[in-house]
Design a protein. Structure first.
Length: 396
């Protein structure tokens, strides 16, 4: 952990002084188009779930076993909020029982992604409809997430068995998005332990995952027995020294969401530094390459990183003071990126595709889902459109 440099000035401040020519009607039309696809996907997916990434821009269908299963019910709930049509509510709430069974039978629950999984599948229907089974299930998931904490190191292990020597003591930047489940459970139950674990994790993770120049490591290892930091590396980025675009976007959004709960100004300042670094490394059309090491080269874009960053920038902008010059800049930047996605990255011309956004990258080093639809990109695209269409209470 070194001393962080001064944050970079925002390179496109001039462009981000005003929003794009896209009013509420533009965002609503983009959302209508997404909801049409959701309606037809209800018939295609039936009781199964879209896999994390497309194959030829169609999702393989799987059981509720991956870290990404909750993005589908999350999209159904957003479709309900947009239309008020009970078709989407019924289809979304019908999944609660399945997520309860997954927890009861411990099906692929050895992951910090319990946060992604149970926030969208269960916290959302509790918040929207007062679904009591969903509330109870989400609290059980939060309890299970607490079991992944290493007491001495004060962090939540990302992947695998806590005693697996390849994964022991490893944290990843994505975990910032799993913490809202703990904050929420703390508020629901009145028990401070959920929040305490989350606060400790975000502070330690930020101290080591964020480099001196405000770029991020994807993952970082700690000695779980002594708590000593070991080293940062990557799993899905270009190299250990580069900055994986989606990781940076998870960091922006996750820190802005932690600020929503904790009101610690240091978290906003961290999100600001990550956001400036991200925005300064975008190509002309503002949709990031899959790793921010690439600036103007022929590499794949990651539209999912762009959609997540839009949500993060909007959340961050909301948190900033009215007089803060970045407040409008981040909000406008978010809209410029979203407009670029809506104009040039959607499947609206393709009846065949079951995805919403083209040109995502799941994991280039693993050759998985490269230049494909990605279900998390689709979810966050709908979430960012929702945020641009209306005042929205986050599920997170
Ligand atoms: N959280 C895993 C990913 O973003 O691919």
């Amino acid at each position: 952990m070194g001393v962080r440099k001064e944050r970079e000035p925002l390179k496109r401040r001039e462009l981000f002084m005003s929003p794009p020519h896209a009013g509420k009607d533009f965002w609503r039309e983009a959302m209508n188009c997404s909801v049409n696809k959701i309606e037809s996907n209800i018939r295609v997916f039936k009781d199964l779930y879209p896999g994390p990434a497309g194959v030829g821009n169609r999702y393989p269908l799987i059981k509720n076993t991956d870290w990404t299963s909750s993005f589908w019910p999350g999209m159904l709930f957003l479709a309900w909020e947009h239309t008020g049509n009970d078709l989407y509510r019924r289809a979304g709430e019908a999944r609660v029982a399945d997520f309860r069974e997954r927890l009861d039978r411990r099906i692929e629950t050895g992951t910090h992604d319990l946060g992604f999984l149970y926030t969208l599948s269960c916290v959302a229907p509790w918040r929207l409809f007062g679904n009591a089974t969903a509330r109870e299930t989400a609290i059980m998931a939060a309890d299970m997430l607490l079991l992944r904490r290493h007491e001495k190191a004060g962090v939540i292990q990302a992947w695998g068995d806590l005693n697996d020597p390849r994964q022991r003591g490893r944290v990843i930047i994505d975990c910032a998005m799993n913490l809202p489940l703990l904050y929420w459970a703390g508020e629901e139950t009145g028990e401070p332990r959920y929040r305490e674990v989350a606060v400790k994790h975000i502070n330690i993770a930020n101290a080591f995952l964020i480099r001196e120049d405000w770029s991020t490591f994807h993952t970082y290892f700690f000695d779980a027995d002594t708590g000593s930091p070991i080293r940062g590396n990557t799993a899905q980025g270009y190299s250990d020294a580069s900055c994986w675009a989606r990781g940076q976007a998870w960091g922006i959004y996750g820190n802005a969401l932690s600020y929503r709960y904790l009101r610690d100004p240091a978290l906003l300042e961290i999100a600001r530094g990550l956001a400036r670094y991200f925005l300064n490394r975008l190509p002309e059309d503002l949709v990031a390459y899959w790793d921010l090491i690439f600036l103007q080269v022929s590499e794949e874009r990651d539209s999912s990183a762009a959609a997540i960053a839009v949500c993060g920038l909007l959340e961050l902008s909301d948190g900033l003071d009215a007089k803060d010059p970045d407040k409008e800049a981040f909000k406008n930047a978010a809209q410029h990126i979203a407009a670029s996605l809506a104009a040039s990255y959607t499947t609206r011309e393709s009846l065949e595709s079951t995805g919403l956004l083209l040109h995502g990258v799941y994991s280039k080093p693993d050759k998985k889902g490269v230049d494909e639809c990605a279900i998390f990109g689709d979810y966050f695209y709908m979430e960012c459109l929702t945020r641009l269409c209306r005042v929205w209470e986050p599920y997170w």
